[in-house]
Design a protein around this ligand. Structure first.
Ligand SMILES: O=C(O)C(=O)COP(=O)(O)O
Length: 310
């Protein structure tokens, strides 16, 4: 069968698909080109990351489509209702990148707490600024999680192992409470997390109910010494409101791995702010997670295609 892959995928999964006897049309830049709707016409399977817009029109343009593979966790770029109407399953990699994202959040906490990059740069330029880089311990500080699914839970477990107090808000907390307890996460309301945390990390999917969740009102409830970390989706944060509070020193910093538009326009206001660190959507990207994701999604796609007529 014909498998169209529109974004980057690790080699092990591509090999798996070929070994299973499928024709692999691998074109990592296809998501951004008009030929996409032509390419899916003969696709039995479509494998994407987060940039391909798998909307109703694209699904309609693919009459043979039997399965969609998602090399990651977020599903906001896939019209799940349109897929369900055609009984097309969506295979994801589950929580295969959850540890990578959790480790990134811990790195972001240390990045802002100890500023090793800046300290090293200052030495390279001839400085030896020991007092200027006398900064903060993270033990005893409070990490607030907005969203306590698998990524939030693993982040909380690592933070609490480092001696942080961890507060977690999740709209589905009733169901998560046992898991949260094990990870050392204290269930808390949204406002408490905002008001008491030294670091706030976002782990909710982008849904109509979470779009702009961290806007002017939420930002105004945070401590002025707090740092916001976003590895979820850019749309969860109102970027203009964030730029305003950072410029006014009403928030100490932000580490953003995701933006509402990726890559950002050159004149994006957050790019000009030294207290805002932006990375290119890499939290879930490690060699380990990508190999695992590629393997899981390939296996799921192969299984969904097996036994189906071409
Ligand atoms: O898993 C996710 O949702 C991510 O955002 C990670 O990046 P990806 O979309 O897999 O390239």
């Amino acid at each position: 069968m014909n498998i169209v892959i529109t974004e980057w995928n690790a080699p092990n999964g591509l090999e798996q698909l070929k070994q299973a006897g499928h024709h692999v049309h691998y074109d990592p830049g296809l998501w951004n080109r008009p030929e996409l709707s032509e390419a899916v016409k003969t696709a039995d399977a479509l494998i994407v990351r987060n940039q391909t817009q798998v909307d109703a029109a694209l699904i309609e343009a693919a009459p043979r489509l039997k399965v969609i593979g998602r090399l990651g966790a977020g599903l906001d770029n896939i019209d799940l209702d349109a897929a369900a109407r055609r009984d097309i399953p969506v295979v994801t990699a589950g929580s295969a990148n959850a540890s990578s994202v959790a480790e990134y959040v811990i790195a972001a906490i240390f990045h802002t707490a100890r500023r090793l990059g800046e300290a090293a740069d200052s030495v390279r330029s001839g400085g030896w600024l020991r007092q200027q880089f006398t900064l903060h311990e993270i033990a005893g500080k409070t990490l607030g999680l907005i969203g306590v699914g698998e990524i939030g839970r693993r982040t909380g477990a690592k933070a609490s192992a480092l001696g942080m107090k961890v507060l977690g808000f999740d709209p589905r907390f009733e169901q998560n409470e046992d898991a949260a307890d094990e990870a050392g996460i204290i269930p808390a309301g949204f406002n408490r997390v905002l008001a008491e945390s030294d670091f706030i990390s976002l782990h909710v999917p982008l849904l109509p109910s979470t779009r702009g969740l961290i806007g002017a009102s939420a930002l105004s409830q945070m401590k002025s010494s707090a740092v916001l970390i976003n590895t979820s989706r850019g749309g969860v944060v109102d970027e203009e409101a964030l730029a305003a509070v950072l410029s006014a020193n009403k928030l100490a910093g932000a580490v953003l791995d995701v933006l509402s538009q990726e890559p950002p326009l050159k004149d994006h206001p957050l790019l000009a702010l030294p207290s805002c660190t932006i990375t290119p959507h890499i939290a879930g990207l490690t060699q380990e997670s990508q190999e695992q994701i590629s393997e899981i999604v390939s296996a799921g796609v192969i299984s969904a295609l097996s036994g189906q007529a071409g």
